[in-house]
Design a protein around this ligand. Structure first.
Ligand code: CA
Length: 222
């Protein structure tokens, strides 16, 4: 099980990332200050750090430099609202492995997290890479979906939605939960996008798999 530390002082964003990563099988801790981050990174054994640059007590880049100076070798993905190129260069020179600008989508972050963890030869990714429920099979590495003998190509968003269902077989997922997991924290909660995309999955994978639970949401039949 990969352990990830999120250093982010905005509680809403921290909890959005935390929930998402936990639902994908990661072990997650959070820190709201640079001080706390340094203590946690140096004092325990994290596999990856997600680092907000705008922390209240210290600039994230400075904190990162100090961590690297003290021998912390874990991959670091920087999160920041600043999108100018100077910060990006400084971040990568300062020892970051990757960079994501806010607002971002959870799936983008997840893809980068997976990539960084996979690139570490010393770490065996323990996250499950193939999900199976009944006839449906999802390969997270190749992004291929199989239903029985048929290969089906799904665009990213539909793939993530299918993945979310396969991680919770038989469980009712509300529209809010699905919006949150698949579309992220900055999505309009009044939108009917979930229903539209469940419709796409029904058409492509088979309508028998996705049950509408009236007034509650959707469920993957097992
Ligand atoms: Ca911040």
């Amino acid at each position: 099980m990969s352990r990830i530390l999120i250093a982010e002082d905005e509680a809403r964003i921290a909890s959005f990332i935390e929930k998402g990563l936990k639902s994908h099988g990661f072990t997650v801790s959070t820190a709201a200050t640079a001080q706390e981050t340094t203590t946690l990174v140096l004092g325990s054994d994290f596999d990856l750090l997600i680092l907000d640059l705008g922390l209240p007590d210290q600039d994230g880049l400075q904190a990162l430099e100090e961590l690297r100076g003290q021998g912390a070798k874990l991959p670091v993905i920087i999160l920041t609202a600043r999108d100018d190129i100077d910060d990006k260069v400084a971040g990568l020179e300062g020892g970051a492995d990757d960079y994501l600008t806010k607002p971002f989508r959870f799936e983008e972050l997840l893809a980068r997290v997976r990539l960084r963890l996979r690139n570490r030869s010393s770490v065996t990714p323990s996250e499950e890479m193939v999900l199976r429920v009944g006839e449906i099979e999802l390969d997270l590495r190749t992004r291929q979906v199989c239903v029985g003998d048929h290969n089906i190509d799904l665009p990213t968003r539909e793939f993530i939605l299918a993945e979310t269902f396969l991680r919770h077989p038989g469980q009712v997922l509300s529209r809010e939960q699905l919006l949150d997991r698949v579309w992220g924290y900055d999505y309009d909660p009044g939108s009917n996008v979930v229903d539209v995309y469940v419709g796409y999955l029904r058409k492509k994978l088979g309508s028998q798999f996705f049950e509408t639970v009236r007034g509650m949401g959707y469920r993957l039949r097992v």
